[in-house]
Design a protein around this ligand. Structure first.
Ligand SMILES: *Cc1c(COP(=O)(O)O)cnc(C)c1O
Length: 713
């Protein structure tokens, strides 16, 4: 393995720029962001904000220049001081909250983590949630490590053909430019572990990502010692077939626990974020058996310290494998558990309607002391959907709690807006979840708030234009595609954003259900409206790709006057501009298939009110005044009828409410009623749907009880 990037050419006065670049906590520290932006603005832009890459590319003359620039040095010193405060301070929220007597670590397992665009090991919402959870765990000072997979080719880059068909491009990550380095065992060796897979052994190297007070370890099978097919196992996220998937999950679960042991980390809670990592429990039961415990006793011990979060309200969305497939790949994993193989396999046995399979969610539920869903409504759906797994309970009494998702506010709130919060909502950084604090937002003068919204929208359009300039000049795309990418968008018009995974249940093209009615809304001569779309379809999801193509064709269609845009290659970077810069955030899933959704939380906290079906978090987040509820008044068993009803409810809202409110201006040209919505969105969403509230809730409801009961053991 190559070493973590060292930067021998840094002048002494700026030596610590390397430390800052190699710890992703710079991504949510304004001081560090300011320093890197100022260090070399064109490079900051051309690297998509990647300080590691910047430090490799920066000209020595530029370094000498800033090293002698007092204004830059002030920024630099502030960034270093802020970083040292995070690393050295012992007085954290956790140090006060932890009444369990435990000194053990919380180990959080997830198949994907979205921390920053320079580390492309995520596909969508699940990854963003995991990434934000880690960042918050660092802020609160939890003893916290996360375990995931290093995907050297990551998730794909999206290209869209002239016909609107998605093409996937996999690029091998350049290690040198990523904020990662080898993880070390307590004796200083680079950490490499062995995982039995089928009848062979696969070696797995472990990378470390620094995240302030937390750490993320990534498992990688791309070692020379491994057979070519084993090296490929960690190559891509969700890229392979079922066989690949089950092997990846064995590596994540069993390899993850082995990595913790090799690293000398004493975990007291094992948090399984979605069922992918549920093989953690296999390895742990086996360890207890090897200490001489009985199977029941071992399972009991494992349960006390295992907690599980489920994210999928659709039966088919839960990973399940035929027994013979699981048995083939687990062949070498049993050890002392061999005598109880049937008992173990029974933990995963479940028929979700398509035959009895080994179900990863069933395994996780049956071997955890806590199962939680990710919104109140999703809790209800989960209790009903999984009722058979708890014999003797009813959907009302099934032991599933809900911890509604949140987003990491320091990551998602626009820098300019944070300054506004500092002025009017003082204390928001320390007490983000304090709802009354946010009443301060009501004191912001309307014209100041409106100027902020206009500014953030301008940043979005500058970003979109620059992206299309790049496609036009270096890729020579045709003029219609330059239009479809958003170059004709009007920087003053009401802008609706829709960005998320393109898949059938999210209905990305619902708004085009009645194209004539929509065209009238968009092309209104005095009150134009425009739509900005972004999102990837899973490579195997043809339905999602067709929806994408449908949207792209509308963007190419002159009937919409260049007021429909599709921004390609959606990732965290694009997401930031969109959730901060649009005016409205649209969400129209088929209810109740959206477990929570988080992009609407990011948008609302930036003063981009949510217009959504009452699904996921919006079922509890909508107050009547902080956005809009797309309410079709009644449900239809027939999907097409439901789609039409939902689309009509959406048009009604646009025509009768959003458009008039947005364009009704006072004598200073401020849309007063609109600004009231903006403030209400921020005021009500920023505290409640923050990861600050969420992780504290995990600590109180889930982590501390687990630590207390395992401390007693
Ligand atoms: C927030 C986010 C998501 C999740 O969006 P949902 O609305 O929950 O579907 C997906 N991808 C990226 C890049 C995001 O930032």
């Amino acid at each position: 393995m190559e070493r973590r990037s060292a930067f021998p050419n840094l002048p002494d006065r700026l030596a610590r720029l390397g430390d800052l670049a190699n710890d992703l906590c710079w991504t949510w520290q304004d001081e560090a962001r300011n320093a890197y932006r100022r260090l070399d603005y064109p490079l900051w832009r051309s690297t998509d904000h990647n300080p590691v890459q910047m430090l490799h590319q920066i000209a020595p003359e530029r370094l000498s220049k800033v090293a002698a620039d007092p204004a830059f040095l002030r920024l630099y010193d502030r960034a270093v001081a802020a970083y040292d405060k995070v690393k050295l301070s012992k007085d954290t929220w956790w140090s006060r909250a932890n009444d369990s007597g435990s000194t053990k670590t919380i180990a959080y397992f997830s198949a994907e983590f979205a921390l920053h665009q320079s580390l492309p090991i995520y596909a969508g919402g699940l990854g963003v949630l995991a990434g934000d959870h880690c960042k918050e765990a660092s802020d609160l000072g939890l003893p916290f490590v996360a375990i995931g997979f290093m995907y050297p080719q990551g998730y794909f880059h999206q290209k869209v053909s002239a016909e609107g068909w998605q093409e996937e491009v996999y690029e091998k990550l350049d290690w040198r430019d990523a904020p990662i380095g080898p993880a070390h065992t307590p004796d200083g060796a680079e950490c490499v572990i062995a995982v039995p897979l089928g009848n062979r052994t696969v070696l797995v190297s472990v990378w470390e990502v620094k995240l302030g007070r937390a750490r993320l370890f990534l498992l990688d099978t791309d070692l020379e010692e491994n057979a070519p097919w084993d090296r490929e196992l960690s190559a891509r996220l969700y890229g392979g077939d079922r066989e690949t998937r089950v092997q990846q999950e064995i590596i994540l679960g069993i390899g993850g626990v082995r990595a913790l042991r090799a690293l000398g980390i004493d975990a007291g809670v094992y948090h399984l974020n979605e069922g992918h990592a549920a093989f953690v429990v296999l390895q742990r039961i086996r360890e207890f058996l090897e200490q001489g415990r009985t199977f029941d006793d071992a399972l009991d011990e494992v349960r006390k310290s295992t907690v599980f979060t489920t994210h999928t309200p659709v039966p088919a969305g839960h990973d399940a494998f035929p027994f013979h497939m699981v048995e083939t790949h687990l062949a070498g994993c049993w050890g002392s558990l061999g005598d109880h193989r049937e008992d173990f396999l029974a933990l995963g046995r479940y028929d979700n309607g398509s035959g009895t399979l080994f179900n990863m969610t069933a395994l996780a539920v049956r071997s955890s002391s806590s199962t939680n869903a990710v919104s109140e409504l999703h809790g209800k759906v989960t209790r009903e959907m999984w009722a058979p797994i708890w014999p003797g309970t009813t959907p009302e009494t099934a032991p599933v709690t809900a911890v509604t998702n949140g987003v990491h506010m320091p990551t998602w709130i626009a820098a300019d807006l944070k300054k506004l919060f500092d002025k009017y909502v003082s204390g928001w950084r320390e007490a983000t979840e304090d709802e009354s604090l946010w009443n301060g937002i009501l004191d912001v003068p309307d014209d100041e708030m409106w100027a902020m919204r206009q500014q953030l929208r301008a940043y979005l359009f500058a970003f979109i234009r620059e992206r299309m300039r790049e496609r036009w000049t270096s890729e020579r795309v045709t003029p219609p595609r330059v239009v479809a990418g958003g170059t004709l968008l009007d920087p003053t018009a009401l802008t609706i954003g829709f960005a998320r995974r393109f898949t059938a249940y999210k209905r990305p093209d619902l708004i085009f259900r009645n194209p004539e009615r929509l065209a009238k809304i968009l092309n209104h001569p005095r009150r134009p409206v425009q739509l900005v779309f972004a999102g990837k379809a899973h490579p195997m999801d043809d339905g999602g790709k067709h929806a994408l193509q449908h949207v792209y064709r509308q963007a190419l269609d002159p009937a919409f006057g260049g007021r429909v845009a599709f921004v390609d290659d959606y990732d965290l970077h694009v997401a930031h501009y969109l959730v901060q810069g649009c005016d409205v955030w649209l969400n129209n899933p088929r209810k109740p298939m959206e477990a929570s959704g988080t992009s609407g939380m990011k948008a609302s906290a930036n003063g981009v009110p949510h217009m959504s079906i009452g699904d996921g978090w919006w079922a509890e987040g909508f107050t009547g005044a902080n956005g809009w509820l797309i309410d079709p008044k009644g449900t239809h068993a027939d999907q097409a009828a439901q789609d039409t009803a939902d689309a009509n409810a959406l048009y009604d809202l646009l025509e009768h409410d959003l458009v008039p409110t947005f364009y009704d201006r006072d004598d200073k040209d401020v849309p007063v009623a609109w600004v009231a919505k903006v403030k209400e969105a921020i005021r009500t969403v920023a505290p409640r749907f923050s990861t600050r509230r969420m992780v504290k809730e995990y600590v109180q409801k889930v982590y501390l009880p687990a630590l207390r009961s395992s401390a007693k053991a």
